[in-house]
Design a protein around this ligand. Structure first.
Ligand SMILES: Cc1ncc(COP(=O)(O)O)c(C=O)c1O
Length: 208
């Protein structure tokens, strides 16, 4: 959450951030109650609907917040496509990449400006740290985020960083195993006589 707060502090009162409609509840709370009270507005949109996304952009729109896969509904957003729309209007894109980790998804390589991670989860992997990180390949955004981390005090403690460094060394091994286990369970459920496939959920247009 410290990483998320730091990244969102790039925006000012009066700015609007377009936010993926379903996402981690803590992010929703931060954006909809804490930041809204300070004048940074959020508009919740379905980022799978690119035409709806384009229609939602106006003069006050300054950023797009993406989570993919979403927690807990596991909806997927096309990062490259959203980044391309954002670039047309000079918007800052931020992706919460906690669920796939950099092992399975690298948003910066797909055109996203900033990535946030809860390192509490896969990156540390040992359940002994609460932490997070902000990543960017832009020197300008990196400098602004660094300034904010220093000003807000949202940087991690050295001992925690050392634990995360230990954890990240086994990220690849652990993610491969998570993938193998999850796929085995999915295949077992798929073949189970009592499991029926739910109808796909319709996309919700932001214009609706
Ligand atoms: C997708 C996602 N992002 C961010 C967070 C926040 O993580 P933390 O509590 O480590 O700051 C969580 C926590 O569950 C999460 O699931």
């Amino acid at each position: 959450m410290a990483a998320e707060l730091t990244a969102l502090m790039l925006f000012d009162a009066g700015d609007t951030v377009l936010v993926q409609r379903d996402l981690y509840g803590g992010t929703y709370r931060l954006i909809s109650s804490v930041l809204a009270g300070k004048g940074i507005r959020a508009e919740f949109v379905d980022l799978r609907d690119l035409d709806g996304l384009r229609r939602s952009i106006n003069g006050t729109t300054k950023g797009i917040w993406i989570e993919t896969p979403t927690n807990p509904l596991m909806n997927l957003v096309e990062l490259r496509a959203v980044a391309a729309v954002a670039q047309e209007d000079g918007l800052i894109t931020i992706c919460d990449n906690t669920f796939l980790s950099p092992y399975f998804q690298r948003p910066l390589e797909l055109g996203i400006d900033l990535v946030v991670h809860s390192t509490t989860k896969y990156i540390n992997g040992h359940s002994d740290v609460v932490g997070d990180a902000v990543m960017t390949s832009s020197a300008e955004l990196g400098e602004r985020v660094g300034y904010l981390q220093n000003a807000l005090g949202t940087c991690a403690a050295p001992a925690d960083c050392s634990m995360v460094l230990r954890g990240i060394r086994t990220l690849a091994l652990r993610m491969e195993e998570h993938d193998r286990n999850a796929l085995a369970i999915a295949h077992w459920l798929e073949a189970h006589a009592r499991v029926v496939r739910a109808a796909p959920r319709p996309r919700v247009s932001s214009a609706a």
